[in-house]
Design a protein around this ligand. Structure first.
Ligand SMILES: [Zn+2]
Length: 183
């Protein structure tokens, strides 16, 4: 158990000590659960610090800790990559590009249309007039499955689509990103 001490897990995650005398097959699941619980607790306590930075979008829809099912539902690596990029804001929308360049938030506007709106995930998915045709095709697919989507506000629609696990919705969502040249 030397590695445990070397990682300072005992100090950072209380409760591990009592399992140190267990054999490794018993210790392992206890250790996993304690580290997982400790990580979730740490996230809940500290996430708000990053809510205006890199986690700005992620914190809007990330509700649970665990494996994301879209990773096994979406077969294409490129499509999975695009969904992940949008989810974690590893993209080239101006909201992120501007953050890296130190541009004021109100100046991170969309270069694809002249509405003067901030180029964030909601603008890209639901508003940018440059992608009206592509969005209509996406909406056609979505409303076949969920007509009430149009009753949601933008934040809830974003939450709904980024947490969606329906293969048809995910496919349409991926097609939207491909057709619009999402990067
Ligand atoms: Zn736009």
């Amino acid at each position: 158990m030397v590695w445990i001490n070397s990682l300072y897990i005992k100090e950072k995650i209380p409760g591990l000590e009592k399992y140190l005398s267990y054999n490794s097959s018993t210790f392992k699941p206890h250790c996993k659960n304690i580290i997982k619980d400790g990580y979730i607790l740490w996230c809940k306590k500290n996430a708000s610090v990053y809510s205006n930075g890199k986690l700005r979008c992620y914190l809007l829809f990330k509700c649970n800790f665990g494996f994301e099912n879209y990773l096994s539902i979406v077969r294409s690596f490129e499509h999975r990559k695009n969904i992940t990029k949008l989810r974690i804001s590893a993209h080239k929308l101006q909201i992120e590009v501007g953050r890296y360049q130190g541009t004021l938030l109100q100046n991170r506007v969309c270069h694809g249309c002249n509405t003067g709106e901030i180029d964030d995930e909601i603008h890209y998915l639901f508003k940018c007039v440059k992608f009206t045709q592509e969005r209509a095709e996406l909406n056609d697919q979505i409303t076949l499955i969920c007509q009430s989507i149009n009753n949601l506000d933008d934040n809830n629609r974003l939450l709904w689509i980024l947490n969606n696990e329906n293969s048809i919705i995910l496919k349409a969502f991926c097609q939207y990103m491909i057709k619009t040249g999402f990067k």
